[in-house]
Ligand binder design. Sequence first.
Ligand code: PMP
Length: 421
Amino acid sequence: MNRRGGSLPPLAEGFVPYQVERLRQAFPILAQRIYGKPLVYLDSAATSQKPQAVIEAMSRFFLEENANVHRGVHYLSLRATEAYEQARAKVQRFLNAAHPEEIVFVRGTTEAVNLVAQTYGKVHVHAGDEVLLSTMEHHSNIVPWQMLCEQSGARLRVAPIDDSGELLLDELERLIGPRTKLVAVTHVSNVLGTVNPIQRIVELAHAQGARVLVDGAQAAPHLKLDVRALGCDFYALSGHKMYGPTGIGALYARRELLEAMPPYQGGGDMILSVSFEKTLYNKPPYRFEAGTPNMVGAIGLGAAVDFLTGLDPIALAAHEQAVLTYAQRALAALPGLRLIGTARDKIGVLSFVLDGIHPHDIGTILDREGIAIRTGHHCAQPLMQRYGLAATARASLGCYSSEQDIDALLAGLAKVQEVFR
Ligand code: PMP
């Protein structure tokens, strides 16, 4: 079993090596020049770029299929409904969920976590109970739980990490007890790149009767996912991080959990019948999709899933790891540079600080070289505090990233250091 929740098949005969230059051609935006320089896009952890296939699927929907779903008896409405539900089935297969009804379309990871906190959480988390997070969580996997704790009188606990950015599993195990109702943890850290051992965390949580929500925002574009192998109860992802559009994401939840959960928002589509005396709610997933959904977003997400599953997962992982290793070695060799996040199991996120230079200055100088990186607290302020930092610079990789991008980054960083010499 590998960390992705599945076994690595042997390399197929006639295996074609990963052709990053060809793949880049599928992303029209990458051909741009910025300030007269070729665009070097190293901000995929914030949002990924979109392949032509996703852009075309979305424009085809508007050109040929657009109508409201689930409501009409006319041709276009039926066709739009079919496309929308096909997209759900694609996400189901992508996650290896058992049923399409286990996939709820949401705005993104943030909404997925809020949905679970305000439905499952409201019913199951009470005064004296505990919700366990880790130090490396994104604000969107902290604040919704804090809000729930404020409402319910429950307590937030936090599992610590070591200096390399790995979760301290012994500490996590110690913190899970009979009061723990929920463990909410990220699959991959957006600051450190750490890949967390979700299967083990699930075992530890389930042994104490706690449910596990996994924030998969940063995992979905990089790892082959299998929610059944992971064993988690909830899994959240965002379309825009995985080569799909913004404003759409998915929440996976096991069917029996969804069936027992009260609605999130009220409105059209989430009901079976409404009268002023009593409303009967629809079954999942529709119970959780009030109002006209983001239909074109779902179509785009389906196309993104097709794109990702169309890439050879072994070749993709090997390529991304090769670029990561190249980048880590080169950055670590730069005098005055400190990498934040050096876990043994990590994906292509490179956070760093440079002695005496503010990350925002690094970002601004690199920008003039056509290089897009992110600087700041990356919506993970408690993690920044853990490292005693206010901000880092972060270069993050996507399927289209190459060693040339890293060479450009290094040349850019040399300019940064020159300016501050
Ligand atoms: N979790 C992680 C680890 C993230 O990186 C992000 C996005 N930066 C989120 C959650 C939130 O995702 P979204 O803004 O798409 O809801």
